[in-house]
Design a binder for this molecule. Structure first.
Ligand code: ZN
Length: 353
């Protein structure tokens, strides 16, 4: 597909958003276009081509399985109407700092805080794209504690559990910050820190850390390791806190965001989801259009099918015949619908624009 464009592939404004997504059918059609831009592809057997059934689902022309565009996505088997989901996605994406569960509950008049919170947590779960690129160039790595205070049941504040979090930040060249990654760590051992670095930083990268022994051995893993000793900094009369300015700046931003937008109401067990959201926002902070984030979010949401899809790839069903790649099997039965009021559909046909 051509590069996604405002007004064609995603709404430019809240007015456009409201005009595009009046009904659940509008939302379903948009998800269908995102998931199967070249027409229906069976999630079961991977073949292209099928029929639309009267209930809106599809039947695969290969294996006969029935599926819907939301099957296996975060929108599957939810009682929340798609229009409400889409509004939540719009608020999540269009707000510079996102939206808290309490604000979402009030804005959408959702019955319970739990429902609103669960919707946001589901959105956070899709933000990490499988196989995304690791950080590269020059990367600062450090670890820091998050949390320690949680709202108590009686409304007061109870001492919560602190969670150790690994942070990696690209140093921009000639200056500024690049992308970042964050993840909870079990501890500050070499095993935990090495696993964090290899998961998030490309081998060959120049990794800058403090003098902590847990970072020893990164050279053997293929990194160019630069250690900055706090003791040496103190001996030189420098502030040891200034050794890793990029990670400290990003950690401070993340903590401020948790305290501001979410009033710090994040428990340790769910911190990973919030960190995903912070990283998603931080890495797209220069994005000109908030509507683009809405598009990215829904694109990730319909592609998010980790368990079932990966299972199918890893263990093909016995006796299954090899499949031709989608699109190489001739013309699938037409699933076109009139493009009325659906600019993203019209955009497909107008590839010259
Ligand atoms: Zn099939």
């Amino acid at each position: 597909m051509e590069h996604p464009r405002a007004g064609k592939h995603y709404p430019r404004s809240v007015g456009e958003f409201q005009a595009w997504f009046r009904t659940d059918a509008d939302c379903l059609d948009y998800l269908e276009w995102l998931r199967w831009p070249a027409g229906f592809v069976c999630p079961g057997c991977g073949r292209a081509g099928g029929w639309r059934l009267a209930d809106g689902r599809f039947m695969c022309s290969g294996c006969g399985a029935r599926s819907s565009v939301t099957a296996g996505t975060i929108f599957d088997r939810t009682r929340t109407p798609l229009t409400v989901w889409f509004t939540a996605c719009w608020l999540f994406a269009s707000g510079k700092d996102g939206i808290s569960a309490l604000s979402l509950k009030r804005t959408l008049e959702i019955g319970s805080y739990q429902t609103a919170w669960a919707m946001l947590q589901r959105l956070r779960a899709v933000l990490v794209r499988p196989g995304r690129e690791r950080l590269a160039g020059i990367v600062e790595v450090d670890e820091t504690y998050f949390g320690g205070e949680e709202p108590g049941l009686s409304g007061g504040r109870a001492k919560g559990k602190k969670v150790l979090v690994g942070i990696a930040v690209e140093i921009g060249q000639p200056q500024g910050l690049g992308r970042c990654r964050m993840a909870p760590l079990a501890d500050a051992s070499a095993a935990s820190l090495h696993a964090f670095v290899t998961a998030h930083v490309e081998p060959g990268t120049r990794v800058i850390s403090d003098g902590w022994q847990g970072y020893r051995g990164l050279e053997k893993l293929g990194y160019v390791h630069e250690r900055r000793s706090q003791r040496a900094a103190r001996a030189r009369g420098e502030d040891p806190g200034g050794l890793l300015p990029a990670v400290h700046r990003v950690a401070a931003l993340a903590k401020r965001w948790l305290l501001g937008t979410h009033q710090g109401a994040v428990d340790g067990a769910h911190l990973a989801g919030y960190l995903n959201e912070f990283v998603f926002r931080f890495n797209r902070r220069r994005s000109r259009s908030r509507g683009m984030l809405f598009y990215r979010l829904l694109d990730l949401a319909v592609a998010h099918d980790p368990v079932r899809y990966r299972d199918l790839i890893a263990r093909p069903q016995p006796g299954a015949t090899p499949h031709a790649p989608p699109g190489a099997r001739g013309h699938p039965p037409s699933l076109e619908r009139p493009p009325a009021n659906r600019p993203w559909r019209a955009a497909d046909r107008d590839s010259s624009g």
